[in-house]
Design a protein around this ligand. Sequence first.
Ligand code: NAP
Ligand code: ZN
Length: 349
Amino acid sequence: MNKTIGYAAQSATTPLESFPFERREPGSSDVEIDIQYCGVCHSDLHTVRNEWMNTVYPVIPGHEIVGRVGRVGNGVTRFTTGDLVGVGCMVDSCGTCPDCLEGLEQYCQRGLTLTYNSPDTHTGTMTYGGYSKRIVVDERFVLRVPGTLSLTGVAPLLCAGITTYSPLRHWGVDSGKKVGIVGLGGLGHMGLKFARAFGAHVVLFTTSPGKTADARRLGADDVVISTNPDEMKRHAGSFNFILDTVAAPHDLDALTALLERDATLCLVGAPAQPHPSPTVFNLIFRRRQIAGSLIGGIRETQEMLDFCGEHGITSDVEVIPMQDIDSAYERMLKSDVKYRFVIDLASLR
Ligand code: NAP
Ligand code: ZN
């Protein structure tokens, strides 16, 4: 019996509440983590409200987890009690398929286990996430956290950080490139920081004029109000890469028109409803592409955390007690997050 406590939604329409439950006892390759902070991702909100139509209740969200190692299994080689560690969106994968062997566990089709709302191969229940006091994770899915960074600002790196770092790297964003980031929320503000750190000329697209000054402080060379067609037109055909983090359906044509020949619009935002179907003409006349990207593999997540340690990059956070989660969701729906809520799990008793 490994009793602990979390905060769970029992249905799509009821507030989250305190929920006692059991974690597995750490097996030989497991690390037990005392969770200190957990970021609040828009995916948590999509899941709690069953917007993706796949939620199994009760659900304990949370996949931006940082804390200290408590107990470790006797086969654990990379971690020891007291280490500062993180866990992101995945806690298991098959480990043997071509995707896993390439370090792209997020694309494992055989045995990917997400940190919450996924069938748990160990317990037979669903996995429960980081809105909780403790979690038990195979050491292959535990990340080392640089000790130099503020721990609250590190938590969001485990999802918002890697989800933006990975596509920016994959599509070769570096100096000399003109890059767009769409949406200034949790993912978007990390996208700005990374694109700037990689040396690109960065333009932020926002629907919130009030975020302009913050966008510049966070790394934008230019800010475009995406609802203003004249401002959009000024950038037509000029971008090497655009990363779209928006959590709601919107017009993609306005963005593909901004790409130069052969350039890519990459979608990471995962709205519950489809975007209006994009016109093919924007694509075929300039051989442009629309792509997608899912978080990042474990090796790249560690690389991203180390990069953040070297460059002093963290998320801008508002720390909240666990009990404020529902009002945090309401603010998130109003695009009013500066720029990631992080739960202090000391508040959960
Ligand atoms: P967030 O903090 O709520 O930020 C989303 C931003 O999108 C908002 O701040 C807002 O920015 C913009 N926005 C919201 N509604 C809009 C609308 N109707 N039209 C245009 N812009 C709008 O959310 P997040 O945590 O960054 O997550 C963003 C999305 O990525 C979610 O759908 C989430 O599930 C998904 N996600 C995907 C992955 C992956 O691996 N692909 C990983 C994590 C999350 P402005 O105010 O600047 O316009
Ligand atoms: Zn997330």
